[in-house]
Write a protein that binds this ligand. Structure first.
Ligand SMILES: Cc1ncc(COP(=O)(O)O)c(C=O)c1O
Length: 387
């Protein structure tokens, strides 16, 4: 990551005033067609189409700049920018799988990944087994000679279970299996899985990285060896990221470190408030010392974020709580500046009835005043408990 502190690096990254007439931020290059001065240049570009300007969908100045930047963030040999976080995941999976192969996926993965494996991969004769979190010996039992990938999400979606990456990587390497991890929760600032031997890292820049709920973008960081396969798949699938998306992601990056700290600080205050509410029966929040993954989280991660999941005693319909809120809006995704709430039917895609006696919610703690957030939540709880 160079000698400078990351906060200083994030301000400078990807800005080239010298070649852009003094403009502090780089212009957005918009191009589908790239033209060549001669046949010689054309054939050279064709041979090196992942490196040199060739055709807009393969990359242009803006997207290449962003790729170089991602390599610095993850200290990776290579990176690929994709149209969304989910396409970064599906492209990475497809790059290493063929008919008859099998893969192991952590059971608390982001639900669309579960659906992709269960439906799309299945149609092409690829079998997925879902493994329980943090039981490496159980995971090892699921491996056979068809297993090609172990796919991890840590902390996992909705209840933030943490994997012991070191142990899993060891098992994967012993069995010659590729590891892919979704690192969206922590971002590159909080955790670098490549340093722990994971083969491929994906991150949805739609979340904290871009940070303003107005952008879709995904990143893949990996070695040169894995890059060729993944980039080929991305290009063949027709995946595309716009220069605007890269620009917005880069702009978000400038303030990422400050925003993440504030999200975490605010979430801590809301966690303390929720802990005192009698009606709140369970809370998943990794900085909570009572959380069973707290120690493992401390081992791997430098940060928390604004995500908290909690379950409240089932009294009446969830709408009594949700519709009383005005600051917390009901909505998908997270990582933007605003507070959001999402009612949950289940905490893991395959396990429908986890403590069904509770009504579950995931909240994303934004950058508003925590006093206002507490007033809002109090109003919600009061209404919910009203006879
Ligand atoms: C953990 C996680 N990974 C990946 C994604 C997918 O990202 P995108 O919305 O950019 O496709 C999400 C989206 O909510 C997510 O929560």
């Amino acid at each position: 990551m160079g000698k400078k502190k990351i906060e200083s690096e994030l301000i400078k990254f990807g800005s080239d005033p010298e070649i852009h007439h003094g403009s502090l931020s780089d212009p957005i290059y918009k191009t589908s067609t790239i033209i060549f001065n001669s046949y010689k240049d054309f054939t050279k570009a064709k041979k090196n189409r992942f490196k040199l300007p060739y055709y807009g969908r393969f990359g242009n100045y803006t997207t290449k700049r962003f790729e170089n930047l991602v390599c610095r963030l993850y200290a990776s040999e290579k990176s690929i920018i994709t149209g969304s976080g989910l396409s970064a995941i599906t492209i990475s999976l497809l790059s290493f799988l063929s008919k008859g192969d099998e893969l192991l996926v952590s059971e608390n993965c982001y639900e669309p990944v579960f659906n992709f494996c269960k439906n799309e991969l299945k149609r092409f004769g690829i079998k997925t087994s879902f493994f329980k979190n943090n039981l490496p010996s159980e995971l090892e039992k699921l491996i056979n000679n068809k297993t090609k990938i172990i796919y991890l999400e840590s902390p996992g979606s909705l209840n933030y279970e943490v994997e012991d990456i070191e142990k899993i990587v060891k098992i994967a390497k012993k069995n010659n299996i590729k590891t892919i991890i979704d690192n969206t929760w922590a971002t590159f600032l909080g955790f670098n899985p490549l340093r722990w031997g994971v083969d491929v890292v994906v991150e949805s820049c739609t979340k904290y990285f871009s940070g303003h709920s107005d952008n879709f973008c995904g990143i893949i960081a990996c070695s040169e060896l894995n890059y060729n396969k993944i980039k080929l798949t991305a290009v063949r699938m027709g995946d595309f990221v716009s220069s605007e998306s890269c620009f917005y992601a880069l702009r978000g990056l400038r303030t990422l470190s400050v925003r993440l700290k504030k999200h975490e600080e605010n979430a801590l205050k809301i966690f303390k408030f929720l802990k005192k509410k009698k009606i709140v029966k369970e809370i998943f929040f990794l900085p909570d010392k009572k959380n069973i993954y707290h120690k493992l989280w401390k081992k791997y991660f430098n940060n928390a974020n604004g995500l908290i999941t909690f379950g409240i005693e089932k009294k009446v319909g969830v709408e009594k709580f949700l519709d009383s809120l005005s600051l917390f809006k009901i909505g998908f995704s997270w990582g933007g500046y605003e507070s959001l709430i999402l009612p949950l039917n289940q905490l893991k895609p395959e396990i429908k009835n986890y403590k069904n006696s509770l009504n579950w919610f995931r909240i994303h703690i934004g950058l508003e005043s925590t006093e206002d957030m507490i007033i809002d939540l109090k109003k919600g709880f009061d209404n919910y408990e009203k006879k």
